[in-house]
Design a protein around this ligand. Structure first.
Ligand code: FES
Length: 248
C-alpha cells in the first residue's frame, strides 16, 4: 500500500505549506467532478489526514534511502538525534511565540479539527463533553463527518472547508443567517463584521463560518449546528440564494 506521502506526492520532510499545496492539487486531480473517482478522492483525504496527524508511514523512496544508508554502514544524518529533536522543538516554540505576538492572524495555517453535529446527535454524545473530539477520533468516522484540514491565514472557515472538498451548509455567505453556524470548541474564529448571532449565542461559542477566519494555531469546531435551538430561527432557505446566483 502506498504511503500517504506517496499518495500526495510529498517528501518526508515536507512542511505544512507544502502539505497544504500538495493536498489542494491532489484534491482537484482526484475529485469525481474533474475526472477522478470517489475512491481516489477518499484515498487522498485519508492520506492528508494521516500526514497531518503524524501517523503516516514515510514515503517509499525515503525508506529505500534509509535502507541504503544502513547497508553502507553509515548513520550520518539518517535519524534525528535527541539534539535535533530539541532544536526542532525550540524552532517550533519560537515560531509559535512569533505567531502569538504577530497580531490577530497567525502567519502559519490553522490546523482545523471538525466534527459534524449529525454524528454527535446520532451517537447521543454530549455536545459539551470535553472528550468529544477524542470520541470522534476513535470512532472511525467518514472523512466528511470528522477529520482535519489546514486553513490558510486570511481564509474564512467555510472557504477553507470548500477548498478542501467539503460541502458544509450555507445560504447567504454574508453574515445574514445562521445556516453556516459552527460551534467553536477550542481555538478562535474571528468575525470582523456584525452578524445575526445574539450575544447569548456568541457567548456559547457559536460563530458563522462564512465570515469567521481562524486566528489560532489550532481550532476545533462542530459544524452543521444550524438546527440547534436559537440558530434554527435564524436560518434562511438556501435555495433562495442559489436561485439568485443562477440569475446573476
Ligand atoms: S451563510 Fe448566511 S451567515 Fe453564513
Amino acid at each position: 500500500m502506498d504511503s500517504p506521502y506517496d499518495v500526495l506526492g510529498l517528501d518526508a520532510d515536507a512542511d505544512d505549506t507544502e502539505i497544504e499545496q500538495a493536498y489542494r492539487r491532489r484534491v482537484k486531480e482526484s475529485h469525481p467532478d474533474r475526472g477522478g473517482s470517489a475512491a481516489e478522492f477518499q484515498r487522498v483525504r485519508k492520506a492528508y489526514e494521516a500526514v497531518l496527524s503524524g501517523t503516516a508511514a514515510p514515503p517509499a523512496d525515503a525508506t529505500a534511502e534509509d535502507d541504503a544508508t544502513a547497508t553502507a554502514g553509515g548513520n550520518t544524518a539518517s535519524s534525528p538525534t535527541a539534539a535535533d529533536s530539541a532544536a526542532n522543538t525550540d524552532d517550533r516554540d519560537s515560531q509559535e511565540h512569533s505567531a502569538d505576538s504577530a497580531g490577530d492572524r497567525p502567519p502559519t495555517p490553522t490546523r482545523v479539527e471538525y466534527l459534524n453535529y449529525d454524528v454527535v446527535a446520532d451517537h447521543q454524545w454530549e455536545f459539551d463533553d470535553p472528550a468529544l473530539f477524542e470520541r470522534a477520533s476513535d470512532a472511525d468516522l467518514d472523512p466528511d463527518d470528522y477529520g482535519m484540514f489546514l486553513a490558510e491565514p486570511g481564509e474564512t472557515l467555510l472557504e477553507a472547508a470548500e477548498e478542501r472538498g467539503f460541502a458544509w451548509p450555507f445560504a447567504c455567505r454574508g453574515g445574514a443567517c445562521a445556516n453556516c453556524a459552527v460551534a467553536v470548541v477550542e481555538g478562535e474564529l474571528d468575525s470582523t463584521v456584525d452578524n445575526v448571532l445574539t450575544d447569548d449565542l456568541v457567548d456559547r461559542g457559536f460563530r458563522l463560518s462564512c465570515i469567521g477566519r481562524p486566528v489560532s494555531e489550532t481550532l476545533q469546531v462542530v459544524y452543521n449546528v444550524k438546527h440547534l435551538p436559537g440558530l434554527d430561527d435564524l436560518r434562511l432557505p438556501a435555495d433562495r440564494f442559489e436561485r439568485a446566483r443562477a440569475d446573476d
